[in-house]
Design a protein around this ligand. Structure first.
Ligand code: TXA
Ligand code: MG
Length: 327
């Protein structure tokens, strides 16, 4: 089947109430018709995701948002005009027609327009917005290749669209517009700097804030099986002398010898490249049956903030310090 025919087949499956894994620029999603509660329920089952954790609704055109929400605040409009299609999710007051299962009964809905031709065609051909979380079992790392999805969810999904590796590699930035000032709920593929350059300062939710409205921001999330630690510089690695330790290095490192295995996220120290490689690199280390993964800190500028957020959650660290800001 040619690529286009596969997308048409995938759209038929969505229309019939099935579930399809599809690529976006951030990570692979597991999608269903957002207006079909039974189809959406299957996503929760397959992911073993708690029903209190709401899904993002994906649209193919900015104009589609109007039908899903009560109103679009001007800052939300400015941001979607600047960054859609792209890795930005806006949380707005929802219209009643959205099934409660999608939003976990919240009065709000998270919406984004992905920047990936396959995702956009799928939504257009399905003729409905697509509710989709990342296509991984709950609490585990998001998939950035079709193979990751196949390995973990394989026969439980009706079809996996293969669009190769996701170019951004880290989930979308989530901003809520419920309060007077926009609030960053999850750092992601659009950096805080980029957002603030358009709408000025935003509030930042600290990582320990695990309000039930956003369980994906739970402190332990995006986690591999192998323990990850971040602050290993201060630690005497000799304690682990007889253990197998992997290193997740930001850039080219001289530390190779001390470790059983090393993954370099970006040889030249490019943060975007590091984000694109992050989850696949952690997965490779996780497959080696190591006793421990130590992760090198990454400068918290641009996408570095989202990378460090995911590393902290993967390490189960309970707090990020006084604030996520590096200023
Ligand atoms: O890049 C992405 O955002 C990917 C791709 C597939 O679009 N999706 C993704 O979905 O990461 P998921 O479900 O893995 O993470 C979405 C996060 C969850 O933490 C969820 O709690 C939060 O968004 N969320 C969804 N609706 C929300 C709402 N109404 N209010 C607050 N948080 C919400
Ligand atoms: Mg997820």
């Amino acid at each position: 089947m040619s690529g286009n025919r596969t997308i048409l087949r995938a759209a038929e499956i969505i229309k019939e109430g099935g579930i399809v894994a599809f690529p976006t620029e951030t990570v692979y999603g597991l999608g269903a018709d957002a207006f079909n509660p039974l189809a959406v329920a299957r996503i929760f089952e397959v992911k073993r995701r708690p029903y209190f954790d709401p899904l993002i609704v994906h649209v193919a055109h900015p104009a589609d948002v109007k039908k899903l929400v009560k109103e679009i605040p001007s800052n939300a409009k400015k941001l979607t005009e600047s960054f859609w299609p792209g890795p930005l999710t806006v949380v707005l007051l929802k219209d009643e027609n959205i099934p409660d299962i999608v939003t976990a009964g919240l009065p709000t809905v998270a919406i984004r327009m992905p920047n990936h031709p396959m995702a956009l065609s799928l939504i257009k051909e399905s003729k409905c917005p697509i509710a989709a979380p990342s296509a991984n079992p709950f609490g585990y790392l998001s998939p950035t290749t079709a193979e990751h999805v196949r390995d973990q969810l394989g026969d439980q999904v009706d079809l996996i669209l293969d669009g190769g590796p996701c170019p951004v590699g880290i989930e979308s930035t989530i901003l809520s517009f419920l309060e007077e000032k926009p609030r960053l709920l999850r750092p992601g593929g659009v950096s805080l700097e980029e957002i603030e350059s358009v709408i000025g300062k935003v509030e930042i939710s600290p990582i320990e804030d695990d309000r039930p409205s956003a369980p994906g921001m739970l402190p332990r999330h995006y986690a591999p099986r192998t323990p990850i630690i971040l602050n290993w510089n201060d630690m005497n690695l000799d304690i682990y002398k007889n253990k197998k330790i992997g290193l997740l290095a930001f850039q080219e490192t001289k530390n190779h010898l001390k470790f059983h295995s090393v993954e370099v996220l970006s040889k030249k120290g490019d943060i975007r490249e590091a984000a694109a490689n992050l989850f696949a690199a952690i997965r490779r280390l996780d497959a080696l049956n190591l006793d421990l993964i130590v992760a090198e800190p990454i400068p918290e500028i641009g996408l570095g903030r989202a990378i460090m957020d995911r590393l902290r959650r993967a390490s189960g660290k309970q707090f990020a310090g006084p604030s996520l800001r590096s200023e």
